[in-house]
Design a protein around this ligand. Structure first.
Ligand code: PEP
Ligand code: MG
Length: 895
């Protein structure tokens, strides 16, 4: 015979915590609590498959279920010494549906099943409290009518108020039995009038109606919509938990509360939580009464005057402490629980792993290692790496109210406040005067970078998570909210409008780049804290992880920040980003727009010392750690002058007429610059550019090795290769320069030449390309673009629609598409290593800072990941977790 019900409670349970597919999360947890000998009110769980059976059989119950519930009830009756439906000493029940994963829209809990005209009197007699018994009965009728019959609770209360006066609604209004009877009769009449059915007096009928309602709510429209959205199969069904009632509102020795084994904000040990005397669970969330603190310490910290449980009922408090310790030892994690004290007797109604702030999670994980409860690896898996990022930046003080006036994409984390400015010049000007500003633009381009440097944060109305603003802000470590489509910016008029609020230049806003919010006014901040538990967890991560963690850094500021966060080298220096500064961009423009090689060489002469000094600084900061420098890879549209004033300035600099300059700009126009004359294509057209860069790198390496005493092994990276011959051509130029510099300086350097894998053809030809390359670095931004055929600049808009319509789960520019892009990475890695067995493999696209993508990198056997500076701690922890989950040997890779 099919087993439909599992009993639990009083030291014996038929299920356990691992049975959530069968018993639902709640049922599995109750079973576990029961077997631990913790005081859960005895009960049984109807398994989730019964729900499926019910729906497959036109909402009938299997006969065998009826029998088993009856037997289960007998057991509950035996353990409690009460009988369901008896006129004397009756048993009352609660029924709660329990799904495997949370599904909003399921029916709620029904308490006090079994109350009727007879049993209410027994309850009144047993408790000696008429008001308690009858008001409980009244509430039961209302809840039953709502959840089992479909009569809206609010409508019921309104009608009852009309029929029997306001006093009927209050909790213990001091009515006589006769008056109570009238209230109840009025309630029953409302049910009959509104629903055409009588409120059932038979406890069995009540029970089965509530079970049926729980099953039906699984297929009700709200739950169904949620299940579909989250791909939760209908045949998972919902389990149903039936439990003996305990009353937190019985008398002065009764209460209901929530407790958590450690402080959920700080992680400090010692039970915390709140309770309400003489109350049932639902009252905790209404906020009608001020909750009491559980411990005296908590009361003092919260500066409350209401008596604590510790002071009120010291014995119950002691029991609670014992139980929370037992639960923590059992689950080896921070646990929260819901409890009821019924006439001095302590019951646990539910427990689950606690939701804590990141600071509390870190502290409790570290403390539990020291307490011998968990080991270091377990501690590392307790932390969500992405949550670490909020610790690295100033954040909005959590206790402060936010006036949110708009939202956009959380493009670069952290929060910043300042005056609104609408262009880079104003940002720089204000910063010089010591004022803090937020740069607000429809989108940013290289001309804005010096303004971004001066600003505290950036807000754009257009662009996605890999837009210029997003990538540059992340690199700089300043907050950015991008693509806030509803914000209207009128830069000419100096205003921005969002959600009906118009702000002007100089007004204050705050942006929260961690969640993508735009907030009116200047908001209070809290500063980052990198020592203590954070440092400990980082140290443990480093001891565990196999992959190296480098950073993408183009400036000395970024390189220093990344070192502070533990980067083990630079995996990508985008040299074109080194030319964004105002005095350099014009030299680069001169070079790009030069008519011939001579003209280009003149500009390159000017760029060489700038590049060399920048590289020296990077090498010195990295002090012998590997540094990968990528040859110039500028999508041309990002560099050509756009606005009239820039064209005029350039024409003057170059001694050309504006018309002539416009002709040259026009000649360079590309329809699709991301797939245009960029990457190694530029170095092939104009090898003198690559030669200048190679010279700057080698000369800088010689210098830095002298100044630091640490040998530098530069890694020169050739971008956007698809053919081996492209790489051969550029590599030959680099080697020639290396020889020249060696002869000139008398220093023979070790260096590597490698390539980015950003194009499918390069991946497919990995074996032959690896014969010319000493390393591959997967440029997954471009690789995603080229594998999907989706432009990284234009994807923001429609990918959001794709997500909303369930066509994709995650933005592939944020989290690696394992199935397509990932497959190509695997293939290129295998073919690359077949071409060169010690080929070094890394990744430097934005994905290298995404924990799910980092797991993929571990599984694929990459040697290192390289991410933006503020993602370095995230990557260190995620790489450690990936090593733990993949079972790899720590630190096996040489990178
Ligand atoms: C990439 O394409 O992944 C990459 C790192 O290069 P960029 O973003 O500069 O094109
Ligand atoms: Mg690229």
């Amino acid at each position: 015979m099919r087993k439909w019900t599992y009993n639990f409670g009083l030291g014996r349970s038929e299920g356990s915590a691992s049975d959530s597919a069968l018993l639902g999360a709640k049922g599995a947890n109750l079973a576990e609590l029961g077997s631990l000998g913790l005081p859960v009110p005895p009960g049984m769980t109807i398994i989730a498959d019964a729900c499926t059976w019910f729906h497959e059989h036109e909402c009938h119950f299997p006969d065998t279920l009826l029998d088993q519930v009856a037997k289960g009830l007998n057991q509950i009756e035996e353990s409690t010494g009460k009988r369901f439906g008896a006129a004397h000493n009756p048993l009352f029940l609660s029924v709660r549906p329990g799904t495997r994963v949370p599904v909003p829209g399921m029916t709620g809990t029904v308490l006090n099943i079994g109350l009727n005209d007879q049993t209410v009197q027994a309850l009144a007699k047993e408790t000696g409290d008429v008001d308690f018994a009858w008001s409980t009965y009244r509430r039961f009728i209302a809840t039953f009518a709502d959840l089992a019959m479909g009569l809206d609770h609010a409508v019921f209360e309104e009608l009852l108020e009309e029929k029997s006066g306001k006093s009927a609604i209050a909790n213990n209004p001091g009515l006589s039995v006769e008056q109570w009877r009238q209230v109840i009769e009025a309630g029953k009449a409302i049910v009959l009038d509104e629903m055409g059915e009588t409120f059932p007096q038979d406890p069995q009928e009540q029970l089965w109606a509530v079970i049926a309602a729980a099953f039906k709510s699984w297929t009700a429209p709200r739950a169904e919509a949620y299940r579909k959205l989250h791909s939760i199969p209908v045949d998972w069904g919902t389990a149903v938990n039936i439990q003996a009632m305990v009353f937190g509102n019985r008398n002065g020795n009764s209460m209901t509360g929530n407790a958590i084994t450690r402080n959920p904000k700080t992680g400090a040990s010692g039970v915390t939580g709140t309770f309400l005397p003489r109350a049932q669970g639902y009252e905790l969330s209404t906020g009608d009464r001020a909750p009491h603190q559980i411990s005296e310490r908590g009361r003092k910290e919260a500066e409350r005057t209401e008596m604590s449980l510790e002071a009120m009922l010291p014995e119950a408090y002691e029991t609670l402490e014992e139980m929370t310790q037992k639960l923590e030892r059992h689950y080896r994690d921070v646990v929260e629980l819901e409890f009821t004290v019924d006439d001095g007797y302590f019951w646990i109604l539910e427990s689950r792993l606690a939701r804590c702030d990141i600071r509390a999670r870190m502290r409790s994980a570290v403390d539990m290692v020291h307490e011998g409860l968990i080991n270091r690896e377990e501690a590392l898996t307790r932390i969500d790496p992405l949550e670490l990022e909020q610790l690295l930046h100033p954040a909005i003080d959590p206790s402060v109210e936010r006036e949110v006036i708009g939202t956009g994409l959380p493009a670069s984390p952290g929060a910043a406040a300042g005056e609104i400015v609408f262009n880079a010049e104003d940002a720089v000007h204000a910063a010089k005067e010591g004022r803090r500003v937020i740069l607000v633009r429809s989108e940013t381009s290289p001309e804005d970078v010096y303004g971004m440097h001066a600003a505290e944060g950036v807000l754009t109305s257009r662009g996605g998570l890999t837009s210029h603003a997003a990538v540059v802000a992340r690199g700089m470590g300043i907050p950015c909210v991008a693509g806030a489509g509803a914000v209207r910016i009128d830069a000419e008029a100096g205003t921005m409008t969002s959600m009906g609020v118009t702000l002007k230049k100089g007004d204050h806003i705050t942006i929260d780049g961690s969640v993508g919010q735009i907030i009116r006014g200047q908001t209070q901040m809290v500063q980052p804290e990198l020592a203590g538990d954070f440092a400990k967890l980082m140290e443990w991560s480093d001891a565990v992880r196999r992959m190296g963690v480098r950073t993408n850094a183009d400036t000395s500021t970024e390189a220093r920040v990344a070192r502070k966060f533990g980067a083990e080298g630079i995996g990508l220096c985008r040299t074109e980003h080194m030319f964004f500064e105002e005095n350099r961009i014009n030299v680069v423009r001169e070079m790009i727009l030069a008519e011939d090689e001579d003209g280009r060489r003149q500009s390159l002469e000017k760029l060489l010392p700038m590049q060399r000094s920048d590289f020296i600084e990077l090498f010195e900061i990295m002090h012998g750690l590997p540094v990968t420098i990528r040859l110039l890879d500028p999508p041309l549209h990002e560099f050509l002058p756009k606005v009239d004033s820039d064209v005029a300035e350039m024409a003057e600099r170059m001694g050309l007429g504006e018309e002539e300059l416009r002709r040259r700009i026009e000649a360079m126009h590309e329809f699709n610059p991301m797939l245009g004359h960029r990457g190694c294509r530029l170095a092939i057209s104009y090898p003198e550019i690559a030669e200048m860069q190679a010279r700057a790198i080698f000369e800088a390496a010689v210098e830095a090795a002298k100044s630091t005493g640490a040998p530098v092994v530069p890694e020169i990276m050739v971008p956007l290769v698809s053919l081996r011959r492209e790489l051969d051509y550029v590599k030959a130029r680099i080697e020639q320069v290396a020889d020249d510099v060696a002869k000139e300086t008398g220093v023979f350097l070790n260096y590597l030449v490698g390539t980015m894998i950003e194009l499918p053809r390069a991946a497919f030809r990995g074996q032959e390309i690896a014969q010319a390359a000493e390393f591959f670095s997967f440029g997954t931004n471009d690789l995603t673009q080229t594998v999907f055929g989706i432009s990284r600049d234009d994807a923001g808009g429609f990918l959001t629609t794709y997500r909303q319509k369930g066509i994709i789960e995650k933005d592939p520019f944020v989290s690696l598409d394992y199935e397509g892009v990932g497959e190509i990475i695997k293939l290129a890695s295998e073919r690359g290593r077949a071409g060169r067995h010690d080929l070094k493999l890394g990744i430097c696209g934005e994905h290298a800072g995404d924990p799910a993508s980092i797991h993929f990198c571990e599984a694929t056997g990459l040697d290192y990941i390289s991410c933006s500076p503020y993602r370095v701690p995230v990557a260190r922890l995620a790489a450690a977790q990936a090593t733990i989950y993949e079972g790899a040997t720590p630190k096996a890779a040489v990178y």
